[in-house]
Design a protein around this ligand. Sequence first.
Ligand code: R5P
Length: 295
Amino acid sequence: MPDADGIKDAKMFYCDMQQKTQGFFLKGSNSLDWGMKNRLARIFNPVSGRTVMLAIDHGYFQGPTTGLERVDINILPLVPYADTLMLTRGILRSVIPPSTSQAIVLRVSGGASILKELSNEDIAVDIEDSIRLNVCAMAVQVFIGGEFERQSIINMTKMVDIGNRYGIPTLAVTAVGKDMARDAKYFRLACRICAELGAHYIKTYYIDEGFETVTASCPVPIVMAGGKKIPELDALTMAYNAVQRGAAGVDMGRNIFQSAAPIAMIQAVRAVVHDNETPAKAFDLYNTLNNKSRV
Ligand code: R5P
């Protein structure tokens, strides 16, 4: 109990100054509760409004992917440069030090492998484990147009409901079947469905034609998926175009950890995402950092 004797008269009321009500910096997120916003503010930098997520969750359906064979050796040195790590609870518990301050986005859907139909996923992590692991968001794959479309959408809506109960956002990851057209019409459909059904933010692929219509018609933030490995300058150009055309950052995996110089690459991606650096200047930075590391 505080000592009740000798309490001074309260005087600092600043009656001439109204208390400010601040809007939340992220698109479509102003009506969320405090805990949800606080977690999103750990994923997205409140100054730039963007994030560099490092995706290393590939093993959950395709095993030890090139570059992820030894997360302890190849990925831990990249962690300080990421705003957020997107990964499975297995890798989180077994390899990532609990002292890591980066926001964690936990992969919570699963159940399919590259040997079978990938859209046949279920919810694979209990909400209690997400809470126990102190995650900032939960990622669920959504297969619009896929064989198990309905099931994957319901996986997402269930996570949204459970996450809303505890203040943990849900990231919907739009997965595109091999034989489906990757165009603006498809991504507008996929992203809008996820947002309408409650996803707090969405990961989707960049397309040259009409990406700005995908971001404009999605009422919540979109982060750009990296996709298969392409040359560094092309990957930086893709990230630049995505953020300039409305993405709130990137969630990149292979184009960072399969780069010839992953530490230089993630810093170059940061320059594009947080500082609006041009692809050419970011590529210069990549080369400079890469050369320095060789000396
Ligand atoms: C795919 O949809 C998963 O989320 C991936 O495992 C991962 O996030 C993809 O990252 P990237 O395509 O940039 O390697």
